[in-house]
Design a protein around this ligand. Structure first.
Ligand code: GLY
Ligand code: MN
Ligand code: MN
Length: 445
């Protein structure tokens, strides 16, 4: 009998999407407009596409799940401020690819003020945007820029007849991404669930690990759990890296045999209702840490636990990263992997030989989520509602000057954490990381 699935959190309510659109518009000039395309299907090979994944910004503002849609926000427009263009109903195509909700459904099911079929887009858009002085759009999206430029040219052509073309394009991301950085209670529930599902998957991989199996077989354990729990799959390409493969930070081939005596590093997380989990655990393939493996592991674990405890309102990611560098460097000196005085090693960045990534990133709809890391050039203080990872690691080169027992080891430990009024909530606590707890889970199988 498979275990009970975890209880699913509620979907985000239509009213919350409406409130997000209202908040975005409230921060824009009254004569501005927002133009935000959703994602299109991406071809994979002849006649077959990648599974559809909505654009995160578009999803954040609409919850609308179909390809080829366009959101237009028109602050103050009496006939409706939120306008959506979407695929039209088409019985023939729907027989192949499933139900489309159509313009009427978009209004009824997604709380959009006014929706039209894409077939009406070209004739309606210029009129809708006439007199909107600034168009806010994603400036890094060439299709959106192309559309905005075509509309500007059309209105410019009509200027003699009284059309008022836009005077400027601006980046919608600046405001929108600041909004996305602070998660609502409903978003936190989804991130908590993505974390819990990811944690279950990691436990399962630990229990399935055995010398001789393939990295991709542990990947299969993880991804089965993601889907079985109702997730859409991995939030990013799963990393299952045995032995020295762990030193390749984005190793995704997952094609080697797992060997007794080696560690395996797994960095994998579920996507649930478009929200990402992101967990890394490193454990012995055969269930027991060797002496040097354990010693290095304890250094990373100590740094990770202290960093997690430091998360809370008012601190910064830069300060947390500095703490991690100090802990890792002290550990490396203690193990004889770095020589000399702690302050000197920090000063000359001796840790760079063993640790080359950041300790944290924002987490949300995107695994490396949006939001500025600095304000006015300074690291920004954490506030409740931010969600981030804590993921220190050590990666030991295979060099002659390194004691043999440490050569080639790669260890990372990563958890997801939400900043709360009181401090923090770890969203991925339900997967062991203390040596004794990992070994106990793996022995029990
Ligand atoms: N899995 C990507 C990361 O940890 O940043
Ligand atoms: Mn991460
Ligand atoms: Mn990760």
């Amino acid at each position: 009998m498979p275990p009970e699935p975890l209880p699913r959190p509620a979907a985000i309510a239509t009213g919350e999407y409406r409130e997000r659109r209202r908040r975005l518009m409230a921060g824009l000039p009254g004569d501005a407009a927002v133009l935000l395309p959703g994602a299109a299907l991406t071809p994979r090979s002849r006649d077959s596409e990648y599974p559809f994944r909505q654009d995160s910004d578009f999803h954040y503002l609409t919850g609308f799940p179909e390809p080829d849609a366009l959101l237009v926000l028109l602050p103050g427009r009496e006939a409706g401020e939120s306008v959506l263009f979407c695929q039209d109903r088409d019985p023939h195509l729907e027989a192949w690819t499933g139900r489309r909700c159509g313009a009427e459904g978009a209004e009824r099911e997604y709380g959009i003020d006014q929706a039209f079929a894409n077939a009406e887009r070209d004739e309606r858009l210029a009129t809708l945007l006439d007199g909107r002085a600034t168009l806010y759009l994603p400036l890094d999206d060439s299709a959106a820029l192309h559309l905005a430029e075509a509309l500007r040219a059309e209105l410019q052509d009509g200027a003699r007849r009284g059309a008022r073309p836009p005077l400027a394009f601006a980046d919608v991301a600046v405001r929108l991404h600041e909004e996305r950085l602070i998660k609502s209670p409903a978003e936190l529930a989804l991130l908590r669930h993505a974390g819990a599902v990811s944690a279950r998957a990691h436990r399962r991989a630990m229990q399935a690990s055995a010398p001789g199996i393939m990295e991709y077989q542990l990947q299969a354990e993880l991804e089965h759990e993601f889907l079985w729990q109702g997730g859409s799959g991995p939030a990013y390409a799963s990393i299952v890296a045995g032995g020295g493969n762990a030193r390749v930070l984005h190793y995704i081939e997952n094609a080697d045999t797992l060997r007794d005596g080696d560690l395996v590093l797994i960095d994998a997380g579920a996507e649930f209702d478009l929200y990402a989990g992101d967990i890394t655990r490193t454990f012995p393939v055969g269930g027991r840490f060797g002496e040097a493996q354990r010693a290095l592991y304890e250094v990373v674990l100590g740094a990770q636990q202290r960093a997690l405890e430091a998360v809370g309102p008012g601190t910064t990611l830069a300060a947390i990263h500095r703490g991690v560098l100090r802990d890792l460097t002290a550990g490396l000196i203690e193990l004889g992997l770095l020589a000399g005085d702690l302050e000197a090693c920090l000063e000359n960045q001796a840790w760079r030989r063993f640790y080359l990534h950041a300790t944290s990133h924002w987490l949300g709809l995107d695994v490396h989520d949006v939001g500025q890391y600095r304000r006015d050039g300074e690291p920004r203080p954490l506030v409740p509602g931010m969600v981030l990872t804590i993921e220190p690691g050590l990666y030991v080169p295979d060099d002659d000057d390194i004691p043999v027992a440490y050569r080639g080891l790669g260890i990372r430990i990563e958890d997801d954490v939400a900043v709360t009024e009181e401090g923090r909530e770890v969203l991925t606590a339900d997967v062991p990381k203390r040596v004794a707890d990992i070994e106990a889970l793996m022995v029990k199988g």
